[in-house]
Design a protein around this ligand. Sequence first.
Ligand code: FAD
Length: 415
Amino acid sequence: MPPPHIAIIGCGISGPVTALLLKQRGYEVTLFERVANPEPVGAGFLLQPAGLYVLQQINLANKMVALGAMVHRLHGKNHRGESVVDLAYRDLHPDHFGLGVHRAALYGLLYDACQEADVNLITGCHITQYTQNATKVTLVDENSQPYTGFDGCIVATGTHSNLRDQAKQIRYSSKLYPWGALWSIVPLEGFDCDNELRQRFHGTHKMTGVLPTGKTHLQSPENLFSFFWSMPISEEESWPHASLDDWRAEVIRLWPEITPLIEKITDKSQLSFATYRDVRMSQWHEGRVLFIGDCAHGMSPQLGQGANLGLTDALTVSEALTETPDDTVNAFKNYTTLRRSQLRYYQWASSFVTPWFQSHSKTMGVLRDSLHGAMCHMPVLRRHMLLTLACMKTGLFSCYDLKRFESLRELVRSV
Ligand SMILES: Cc1cc2nc3c(=O)[nH]c(=O)nc-3n(C[C@H](O)[C@H](O)[C@H](O)COP(=O)(O)OP(=O)(O)OC[C@H]3O[C@@H](n4cnc5c(N)ncnc54)[C@H](O)[C@@H]3O)c2cc1C
């Protein structure tokens, strides 16, 4: 009997990782991507211990650590210099750390691994429709070209997905968050963040941050830093006409120490604007079709969890399919049961925390400045915050057994 054939739509982060995990388990996989020559777009991001654990399962974690930048602490201060966020991974476990990475670095590793694993990658193919019957799924692209014969389909098309509307049995909402972020990736030799993700806040309406992001290639001489500046989407239209010098002066006023980095931003084309959605689905499976990653549960990046949750989705669906290899429908149904508690927790935590850092609320800013810094130093709360940060919470009152992540010790040794 031929192995089950799974279609995966979207070659961002969740899609190719799922493809590699399924290939390991003997599945036939076809991966569809709408972009003809996929190139990673988007800001650098922070991989958490739980995300690194998933990369270990496809033997890419060591390579990723060699390219990325280790982050040992998140440290944010307000405009008065008072500590508002102070979380160090070592307080959770001495071997744990975050990894700042450039999307191009992760994408390059995933792309090469997909080639090696013989994943059938079809690029320049924008899927606009899926249909399913009792045994198979068919996909149709924007040129009405059908792709038939799949035992299952995993939709990993990101937060602004066009395919959620196709689901008949799933209720969903997808709200554009009123704030986004300008970001840039700046190469800067000699700049130092001491392996910390650093942020500065003024109320809830001004926020900036710098994340060490490592390199895209091992040979590359310069270290990269991702820079973020919070901006309401209502200002997106006026931004192209705003003065760059005034903007730079505003950032430097809030955080004089990053002047060398801001001086590297000499043209607005170096800055991109990212928007995010708050996506909720009543369930993630519909027969032989499953939604994962940002497409299924997009959220604001304030907690820095989207990519890590997408990686955990990939591992969970590959495990669910392995449990019932001849029954895709049941495997996808089990996936929803297995993911519900963690994803609901992070959706709740994200919508709870985001307005503390990005909103028009003065009260939230005052509350955050007076409470959040202190909360980071209360042992029980600090542990919950660290588990949340590490993407290890599995529900409001539950978390993974830390023994699950013992293999991360090897990563520390490999550095
Ligand atoms: C400013 C910012 C900072 C962030 N920081 C962090 C962080 O620190 N940590 C973290 O974990 N997360 C972070 N995130 C979130 C993270 O980027 C996302 O969670 C992650 O990229 C989602 O991966 P994905 O594979 O689900 O979707 P995506 O990466 O969006 O990939 C979707 C892919 O599907 C393709 N596609 C879409 N529609 C179709 C179609 N119809 N047919 C074929 N192909 C299609 C797209 O071209 C794309 O390649 C951040 C996000 C932003 C905006």
